[in-house]
Design a binder for this molecule. Structure first.
Ligand code: BTN
Length: 319
């Protein structure tokens, strides 16, 4: 099916005969694959008697060579998959198989995209960015402190560069426009965090998506915010350049050097919130974050500090 898509990508009409000849299959097999493409990838295909088949809109694919050119200073190799369960999962498999880091895994779609707290990340074909950067960390815990928050800041700045001027952060690492989510981050780690480990920085950015019934929270996309179609190769390159600059800073000076900038961009600074941890709920007011990226909350007049991947924040109804 993906080979057929490769032929149709140019957005021109192709006859069933020509497509069948190119792939060495019958016209009826082509017809079946076209139907599968519409159902599985959500693509719409014009079928015109006497002319053949044409994608309703041409597809601009991810291109590792183009990304490499635009982000030449980033020292990581780029792998692009048409379809994968999850770029994070694939990155973890590649680490397991000994692939040298750093490297970047991208995909046109994810069939089992992973979100935080066991949620799924809706990942339609060729619309958004599914990005997993693998780093080898040797500096122990200090190199991991606040890392996911640093990634959030880099994603937010990239989106602002692309015209989403009101993108902001929500602890720990959501990127929002108002109350709508535009990007999410999932860090996964293998190895010994106190010694040598690998970390997968998984970033999902809603780039061109305009509708998605399956998403169970309020969301938006770069296209919906700016009214312009996003070139995903440019988005990938800009994100890589921005990430590299923040990661270099973080590596050299630690998270404390970035803490203030993060707080300045925290949309919920000073707001009354509920912190949800499983079935437990703690009400407080956001004070900020500490030097490790943990959340500082004023709870019943006492400042308390919270950290952990399973936590999530909600604005309180009375706020
Ligand atoms: C969240 O729930 O906010 C985190 C979403 C992270 C999604 C990205 S998409 C690329 C990478 N691969 C995954 O399976 N998940 C992350």
């Amino acid at each position: 099916m993906l080979m057929l898509l490769e032929l149709l990508k140019d957005g021109r009409f192709h006859s069933g005969q020509a497509l069948g000849d190119a792939l060495g299959i019958s016209r009826s097999a082509i017809w079946k694959q076209l139907q599968q493409m519409e159902a599985e990838l959500g693509l719409s295909i014009h079928k015109v008697r006497g002319r053949g088949y044409q994608l309703a809109a041409p597809i601009a694919s991810l291109d590792s060579a183009e990304i490499g050119r635009q982000a030449a200073v980033c020292p990581w190799s780029v792998l692009v998959y048409d379809s994968i369960d999850s770029t994070n999962a694939e990155a973890l498999r590649l680490i397991e198989h000994g692939r040298p880091s750093p490297f970047l895994v991208l995909a046109e779609r994810q069939t089992a995209g992973r979100g935080r707290r066991g949620r799924k990340w809706v990942s339609p074909f060729a619309e958004n960015l599914y990005y997993s950067l693998v780093l080898r960390i040797e500096g122990g815990m200090r190199q991991l402190e606040g890392l996911s928050l640093v990634v959030g800041l880099a994603v937010m700045q990239t989106l602002r560069e692309l015209g989403v001027s009101s993108a902001g952060l929500k602890w720990p690492n959501d990127v929002l426009v108002g109350h709508k989510k535009i990007a999410g981050i999932l860090l996964e780690l293998v190895g010994d965090p106190a010694d040598v480990c690998h970390v997968v920085l998984g970033v999902g950015i809603n780039a061109n998506m305009r509708s998605a019934d399956e998403v169970d929270q309020e969301w938006t996309s770069v296209r919906l915010e700016t009214g312009k179609i996003v070139d995903r190769n440019e988005l990938t390159s800009r994100l890589s350049l921005m990430l590299k600059s923040y990661l270099d800073r973080h590596q050299m000076s630690g998270f404390s050097a970035i803490q203030q900038e993060w707080e300045q961009n925290h949309l919920w600074q000073g707001r009354p919130v509920s912190l949800i941890a499983g079935i437990n709920k703690i009400d407080g007011v956001v004070v900020g974050i500490d030097r490790q990226g943990a959340l500082r909350l004023m709870v019943d007049g006492v400042e308390r500090v919270y950290s952990g991947g399973e936590l999530s924040l909600r604005l309180r109804d009375d706020s």
